[in-house]
Design a binder for this molecule. Structure first.
Ligand SMILES: C[S@@+](CC[C@H](N)C(=O)[O-])C[C@H]1O[C@@H](n2cnc3c(N)ncnc32)[C@H](O)[C@@H]1O
Length: 375
């Protein structure tokens, strides 16, 4: 969960903020109703209110959203902002919005609930003919040097050699995962090929759970490639755009997909990459075809997991409740508005075996369930 400092760092990205501020200024008219989806601490809400909105619905599950009540007062717009501390899925609004503003991206727009929540919000909150910002994000891929990042990843376990312990499995696991380049920023001089559009996410029409595309890349200069960089160009509103290309110090950073081994390349070499990711941005696969053959990499090949855990993900699996699930169900059933948190914790504690280490944290467990599922 983001902290107030994190939200401050998002607001401190001048290119991102300038693009959103200009788009809000253009889209919000005096008297508009606005939804700030994923409001964080509500900077966009304040800008929308200042642009003339008569009502801004700031929707955000993070309790940090309550800072907005103070920020709105400081900025003289409290009377026009309504805070909904919840995910958008749990909110019903009394009116439709003329403008929805959101930035639910992470490193890329394929991040957690971004695509699902924005789609749902457009359907349920936006008036017909209303404006939803951003309009689209174009995802771009290129071959990159990324030497320092790659060595940092690939050699992260090698100090075990000194103790006579090998770690080939850890290396394979690490190199089958995507990374932010935040610790080792990819510079524009690291880009070794042309940059190609992998896919364009048009928020008005995107309706898929998987993104897949193949790009043919041509090497522009000789070097040693260590992976691919993926970034995006955002169209917030018509001509108001920004990108997160290598070399740009954006809050989002770039996604680095490492190779299993460094790949020397010469000017004019051609290669093909097929990229697949789920809409949440958690599962990735990248197949690289060069004149030397094809290499398949995927988070599936790298994530340590138990066979039972994989089985539980299967659509055909018939689950039963774990002991934790049973406790949560019992707790939920007892939340009838009569029992206090302390009562619930006492009951829970009494029902656990005397030797259970969970007895000591019964109150914490109740609080966790309450903060997640209760009013
Ligand atoms: C990248 S932050 C942006 C915050 C703020 N709009 C800004 O620009 O400073 C995205 C926020 O969206 C929130 N979020 C994610 N999914 C959400 C959903 N379904 N409904 C409401 N908020 C959501 C997250 O908690 C997070 O605070």
């Amino acid at each position: 969960m983001y902290s107030v400092l994190d939200y401050g760092r998002m607001a401190a990205d001048p290119v991102r903020m300038d693009a959103y501020a200009r788009a809000i200024e253009r889209a919000v008219k005096p008297g508009s109703v606005v939804v700030d989806l994923g409001a964080g601490t509500g900077v966009f809400s304040i800008l929308a209110a200042r642009a003339g909105a008569k009502r801004v619905h700031a929707i955000e599950p993070n309790p940090a959203v309550w800072l907005l009540s103070e920020l709105a007062a400081e900025n003289g717009v409290s009377d026009r902002i309504t805070i909904h501390q919840a995910t958008s899925y749990e909110v019903d609004l009394p009116e439709r919005a003329d403008v929805i503003i959101s930035d639910l991206r992470g490193i890329l727009p394929l991040h957690e609930e971004n695509l699902y929540a924005t789609r749902d919000a457009r359907k349920r909150f936006l008036t017909s003919g209303g404006a939803a910002l951003p309009q689209s994000d174009r995802l771009v891929v290129a071959l990159v040097g990324g030497e320092s990042m790659w060595h940092w990843l690939a050699e992260s376990w090698e100090s075990l050699d000194a103790h006579g312990v090998t770690s080939r499995a850890a290396r394979a696991s690490i190199l089958n995962a995507p990374y932010s380049d935040r610790t080792h920023p990819i510079a524009s001089s690291d880009v070794l090929s042309d940059a190609r559009t992998w896919t364009t996410l048009d928020y008005a029409t995107f309706d898929s759970s998987v993104v897949e595309g193949t790009c043919a890349l041509t090497v522009g200069r000789e070097g040693v490639a260590h992976g691919f960089a993926v970034w995006f160009e955002a169209t917030i509103l018509d001509d108001i755009r920004f990108d997160t290309a290598p070399g740009s110090p954006r809050i989002y950073s770039r996604l680095f997909l490492p190779f299993l081994d460094p790949l020397p390349v010469a000017t004019g070499d051609r290669l093909e990459v097929t990229l697949r990711a789920d809409a949440h941005g958690t599962r990735w696969a990248w197949d690289t075809t060069t004149s030397r053959g094809r290499t398949r990499q995927a988070t599936f090949l790298g994530a340590p997991t138990a066979p039972e855990a994989l089985l539980r993900q299967s659509a055909a699996h018939r689950p039963t409740l774990s002991s934790h699930g049973s406790r949560v169900r019992t707790l939920l059933e007892r939340m009838d508005g009569a029992r206090t948190v302390q009562d619930l914790a006492h009951d829970l504690e009494r029902e656990l075996p005397p030797e259970s280490p969970l007895r000591a944290r019964a109150l914490d467990e109740v609080r966790e369930v309450v903060s997640r599922y209760a009013r």
